[in-house]
Design a protein around this ligand. Structure first.
Ligand SMILES: *[C@@H]1O[C@H](CO)[C@@H](O)[C@H](O)[C@H]1NC(C)=O
Length: 207
């Protein structure tokens, strides 16, 4: 009589312990369901801490912007928890061009400067606003959205996601930073060939 109760108790203890978290094993490949779990005895507090969001990213690039992610690939403690965070730095004139996160909704918090942010719904309704320090805006999962610093000084924001691996597809990169023949890009976007070739040149596309 005692033994079955004892074994049930031990089983309950071990299963509840195992379900607390699933720190990502970054040495294994990531699947759509996330990383496999690191062995519990190898987990340390540093798996649950990410340092680096206190430093501005390098905005000396074509978009004058930098994203510093703390996703599962950088911050294994969020693996399996349905959340992650990133820092966004925009120099004056900087832009995160139209993009989507296939796997997550996003909340953006402006902590410095001002940012024009917006998204387009599936019905092609436009929602955009100039956000200032302390404002937050939500971008529903999968929808195309952008962030632009129209102000004369740097802007900073922190963005949280409803996934440890939100994914990122940048519209212009998808259209112009690959080897899809220009004739096909033109036929499928109604854009002029000259404009397509120009953008392929700027972004590194071919054909
Ligand atoms: C920022 O990036 C640019 C271009 O890659 C590079 O020349 C520059 O040294 C970087 N600045 C810092 C502070 O890392």
């Amino acid at each position: 009589m005692i033994f079955p109760i004892f074994f049930t108790f031990v089983l309950l203890l071990s299963t509840s312990h195992a379900a607390d978290f699933c720190v990502g094993d970054l040495k294994a490949p990531e699947s759509p369901a996330g990383y496999s779990c690191k062995k519990a005895e190898k987990v340390t507090v540093d798996d649950f801490v990410f340092s680096g969001l206190g430093v501005a990213g390098n905005t000396s690039n074509i978009i004058k912007a930098a994203v510093t992610p703390a996703f599962a690939a950088q911050f294994p403690g969020v693996n399996g928890l349905g959340i992650s965070l990133a820092r966004l730095d925009l120099a004056s004139g900087g832009v995160i061009p139209f993009h989507t996160h296939p796997g997550a909704s996003e909340v953006l918090l402006v902590t410095q400067g001002s940012i024009v942010a917006g998204f387009i719904s599936s019905a092609n309704s436009v929602y955009y606003k100039t956000l200032k320090k302390g404002d937050i805006m939500v971008f529903p999962q999968g929808l195309l959205h952008f962030q632009l610093n129209g102000g004369g000084y740097p802007a900073t924001a922190f963005v949280s996601f409803s996934s440890p691996s939100p994914g990122l597809q940048i519209l212009d990169f998808a259209l112009f930073k690959n080897d899809l023949p220009t004739s096909l890009v033109a036929a499928t976007t109604f854009l002029d060939v000259a404009q397509i070739k120009k953008l392929k040149g700027v972004l590194g596309g071919t054909n």
